[in-house]
Design a protein around this ligand. Structure first.
Ligand code: FEO
Ligand code: CA
Ligand code: CA
Length: 698
């Protein structure tokens, strides 16, 4: 830590954005602009008339009183026994709870089972954890990743420096076993986007310099880390001693795999083969595969493109939110981001990418077989029969849940030829989109059945009039043709390896009741929000606080086309009428709003991070048991600093460590580098997005 502690006065907290007609949870307008190009201020790109999940929920929710204390174990939940013995495979990573050297440590340090005093809602400029726990910053924006990285200097940033330093706005966190050193693991982190006003002082950089530096602050970092003295603590290894360290940036070559590799629609001047793409952008969440690689989702890629739109491309662009006026203006420094010059360049983003941290020189890959949309992330589970099944969300209001099932079975063995074979599993198979149907109100639960509708295999189209290639490039448009269920911003979709169920965070949809038709019976349309920590609950149109969907594959077989579903959580203030916490007594849970990413500990508890709390508090991370008497008991474990979003999360070390990516600290309306909304982690007088690890005090 090279710089002096913060002395600057923080920007005062601004009024709640909703009071000014702001439509997106409590995200600052600044976050909206830089994160997703104001997607929520624009009409939802899905203008089809396919059923909305709201309509299905509306069928099954008549009276809140019925739900309060509703017993679990009926309907979908009664099938749980069928999956407990399901042969699922854990990733060979510390991230799946590998105990490693600390497996004999004090069990009271186990975050899965230890009781803790929940963290109350707050607006502190700190990472706040329960008494008895502490956290360390493992790596910050600008810290060295590659040998020769200069010491970070916000006043002397450059492309050359950024290429060797940890990027901006960390999001997904993965931790994999080190291939040769048991004391170490390999940390893989996404850098989703940049927040220009927070990165640069008012003077000193031209617009072009800022854009170029920001380009290289995107991408992915691979960083060797080593265990600290206290179980659950970790430190980064000096770059000169960390040969696996890597910065994947906007210049890194990606090989394109799957049926759309080489498609005319992927060809550009720089890549007439349509098989090699420079860079990955807007990497949001991700997942570790059972064969020891990391998947990462290219999410709001539309914002990097702008320019003259050829009518031939207009419909596709519109469905992905690509516009002539995309906010980033990257075409001014690299013509490939100009739509008039390279109309196919946007087709080369919006994919799931796979990185092998063991091979720092190998090209990462973009898998067309998993479809192209605003990928939040992808999480793989191995089915009963041994197929790789990837669950995915398209994070946009009104967009869909997807699933991929591999053609080939996973090979046994975690190295050599087996590993090489498994790294091809995502190149052939079948892509599906989800349709959910409510089963009626009589049973008093939010639940129903679902169907995975096939879109295409690697050789066959299942959508009339569409080729496989076009389905994979224009996945949203192809899916529209088969009437899936429009969801409220599907984010992380992740299987729980303990109970075999799949959990999806549906963050919010502020336009329900306006651009999306209202429904009187729907609890979401009467949702309530709180302007400040001590404010009153007030009604607000739309699904403002989000919910968590729980899905159960038929017969516990993730490759099966049928599933059942229920809402585990309808988030919001427990005092609000519409909220529901898996049947747990509402007066005993922590308020939770806008679930975004999910993770599981080795006991199967769900951990949820939030983005855009509508209840007056900073965002945070929550532990939620999903079985037994504690099912639905939402317990706040951590809050992130002012203006930040909680990303990750990840439990490792036999549940003794919780990893959190603190994204965009200080991103409050009116804030800037010179007038910051936060100075966390308080090593400088401006904020630095950073990865922290939380553990029991020694
Ligand atoms: Fe980048 Fe869907 O959050
Ligand atoms: Ca029902
Ligand atoms: Ca996210």
């Amino acid at each position: 830590m090279s710089t002096s502690p913060a002395t600057r006065t923080l920007l005062p907290l601004l009024p709640d954005p909703m009071a000014e007609g702001h439509s997106r949870a409590s995200r600052s307008a600044m976050t909206c602009t830089y994160r997703c190009d104001d997607a929520c201020f624009k009409p939802a790109p899905n203008t089809t008339a396919t059923p909305h999940v709201r309509d299905e929920i509306a069928k099954v929710v008549q009276r809140r009183s019925v739900l309060k204390g509703a017993a679990v174990g009926t309907g979908a939940l009664a099938l749980a026994g069928g999956v407990l013995s399901s042969p699922v495979a854990a990733a060979p990573g510390a991230g799946r709870g590998a105990g490693g050297a600390v497996s004999e440590a004090n069990p009271s340090a186990d975050l899965a089972t230890t009781p803790f005093r929940t963290v109350p809602p707050n607006r502190r400029d700190a990472v706040v954890v329960p008494d008895g726990f502490t956290n360390d910053v493992v790596i910050r924006w600008g810290d060295g990743v590659l040998p020769g990285a200069p010491r970070f200097d916000a006043y002397d940033q450059s492309v050359a420096a950024a290429k060797k330093q940890f990027g901006y706005n960390c999001d997904y966190v993965g931790l994999l076993d080190h291939p040769s050193n048991r004391a170490r693991s390999v940390l893989v982190v996404n850098h989703e986007y940049t927040t220009e006003p927070a990165m640069f002082p008012a003077e000193g950089y031209t617009d072009a310099e800022k854009i170029e530096i920001e380009m290289y602050n995107h991408g992915i970092s691979v960083v060797e880390v080593k265990r600290g003295a206290t179980p659950g603590s970790w430190n980064r290894v000096a770059p000169r001693n960390a040969p696996l360290n890597r910065r994947i940036n906007v210049d890194t070559t990606f090989f394109v795999t799957g049926p759309a590799a080489g498609s005319d629609r992927l060809k550009t001047t720089a890549d007439p083969s349509g098989t090699r793409v420079k860079g990955t952008l807007n990497n949001c969440a991700g997942g570790m595969t059972p064969w020891g690689t990391v998947l990462s989702g290219e999410e709001n890629f539309n914002q990097y493109f702008a320019g003259t739109i050829d009518p031939e491309y207009a419909a596709s662009y519109a469905r992905y939110g690509i516009s002539a006026t995309g906010s980033r203006n990257w075409g001014s420094v690299d013509p490939r981001f100009d739509l008039g010059t390279e109309p196919n360049e946007p087709n080369r983003f919006g994919w799931i990418v796979e990185v092998d941290p063991r091979q720092p020189k190998a090209s990462p890959r973009k898998h067309t077989m998993l479809g192209r949309f605003k990928h939040e992330g992808a999480n793989v589970i191995i089915s009963r029969e041994g197929y790789a099944v990837a669950y995915m969300g398209d994070d946009e209001r009104g967009d869909y849940l997807y699933k991929f099932v591999s053609k080939r079975k996973m090979a046994k063995g975690r190295s050599g030829a087996a590993r090489d074979r498994n790294k091809k599993l995502l190149t052939e198979g079948t892509l599906y989109v989800a349709r959910l149907v409510g089963d009626g109100a009589e049973d008093g639960t939010y639940d129903g059945t679902g169907r995975w509708i096939p879109l295409c295999s690697d050789t066959e189209s299942f959508v009339d009039g569409w080729t496989v290639e076009d389905i994979l490039v224009d996945t949203r448009l192809a899916a529209d043709a088969v009437a899936p269920t429009r969801m409220d911003r599907p984010e992380d979709v992740e299987p729980n390896l303990v109970n075999g169920r799949v959990y999806a965070a549906l963050t919010n949809n502020s336009q329900r009741g306006t651009r999306f038709p209202a429904d009187e019976a729907n609890p979401i349309t009467t949702s309530q929000v709180r302007d400040s920590l001590d404010g009153e609950l007030t009604p607000a149109a739309g699904n403002n606080n989000g919910y968590v969907l729980e899905m159960l594959a038929a017969r516990g077989d993730h490759a099966a086309p049928a599933f059942t579903w229920n809402l585990l959580l309808v988030c919001g203030d427990p005092e609000a009428q519409e909220t529901y916490f898996g049947g747990y007594p509402k007066e005993e849970v922590s308020p939770i709003s806008c679930p975004d990413n999910v993770a599981f500990d080795t006991k199967g508890n769900l951990w949820i991070s939030t983005d855009g709390n509508r209840l007056g508090s900073n965002d945070g991370i929550f532990r939620v048991p999903v079985a037994g008497a504690e099912r639905g008991n939402v317990q706040q474990f951590l809050t992130v600093p002012r203006g930040a979003e909680a990303c990750g999360p990840l439990l490792t070390d036999g549940d003794r460590a919780l990893w959190t990516a603190v994204q965009h600290p200080g991103e409050l309306d009116g804030s800037s580098f010179d007038e910051p909304g936060s100075t966390w982690p308080h090593t400088d007088d401006f904020p630095r997005p950073s990865v922290v690890v939380t553990y029991r005090r020694g």
